[in-house]
Design a protein around this ligand. Structure first.
Ligand SMILES: [Zn+2]
Length: 262
């Protein structure tokens, strides 16, 4: 009789293994430990089907943990292994986000399914699980991210209804109170010049993968929208209004000391 492996986290009820994983490797080809947490929604109408897909070898996708709507948590991939959740992605100069991170899939139909709110029991489980993971791996607050942060041109998850502020109040992730949305000067798609380059530099300083072109191009619009989705969810339009820029500036200024770039 084979013995069921124990989950890495006590928050997970049990292991429900996915074969979709590999070895974590750093840029130097040496084994790498995770120092990032990436949160996802499944984006499928049915949680059971989403779970099946994450365990299907043909799908070639997975995550370390799966959180049902009722807060039930399964572990699919051991934390020491590289799960296949982020795809083509980048953050703070790193491109192999799967090697760098632990991934949590949160069952939710997503934007295609009308973006239903996350139930309280599910968020409580995400908070308990995230708290356990970030404390055991010493993951910095500003490296708890959404899939949309690390793949802004491809992904919208976990979406603007994900309660990042509530996680922050529970001690998980980096967040500052967003500056109020009101009028004033703003930068928008199509513009170019030094102020656009300064905006791109601030987004890059925070970690977003963005080229300093000085042109407010499609990539810039996608990154600004991703930033808003996480940090200023009241309005997601890809336009860098005063509230967006002030919120970004406050985030950079309020960054946890251990991770300030010097
Ligand atoms: Zn995702």
């Amino acid at each position: 009789m084979s013995e069921q492996p124990k989950p890495d986290s006590p928050v997970a009820a049990k292991v429900f293994p996915s074969p979709n994983h590999g070895e974590r490797l750093g840029a130097d080809g040496m084994p790498r430990r995770p120092d990032m947490l990436v949160l996802h929604y499944t984006g499928m109408p049915d949680a059971g089907e989403a779970l099946q897909r994450l365990c299907n070898p043909a799908a070639e996708v997975s995550a370390h943990y799966f959180v049902f709507e009722n807060g039930h948590v399964l572990q699919l991939v051991p934390e020491g292994r590289r799960a296949w959740h982020a795809g083509k992605a980048s953050w703070a100069g790193e491109r192999d986000i799967n090697s760098a991170s632990i991934g949590i899939e949160i069952a939710n139909p997503g934007h295609d399914g009308g973006l239903p709110p996350y139930p309280a029991a599910q968020i409580a489980a995400v908070i308990a699980l995230s708290r356990d993971i970030v404390s055991r791996w010493s993951i910095p607050a500003d490296r708890v991210l959404g899939h949309s942060d690390v793949a802004p041109e491809r992904k919208l998850d976990p979406g603007e209804l994900f309660p990042w502020e509530e996680l922050n109040r529970a001690g998980i992730g980096h967040f500052v109170r967003p500056a109020p949305v009101r009028g004033g000067r703003f930068l928008s798609p199509g513009e170019s010049g030094q102020p656009v380059e300064a905006l791109q530099a601030m987004l890059a300083m925070y970690g977003y993968d963005i080229a300093l072109t000085g042109r407010y191009d499609e990539a810039t619009t996608a990154v600004v929208a991703a930033f808003q989705r996480h940090f200023r969810p009241e309005r997601i339009d890809g336009i860098a209004d005063a509230s967006t820029i002030t919120t970004l500036r406050d985030l950079i200024a309020g960054r946890p000391a251990a991770t300030v770039i010097v």
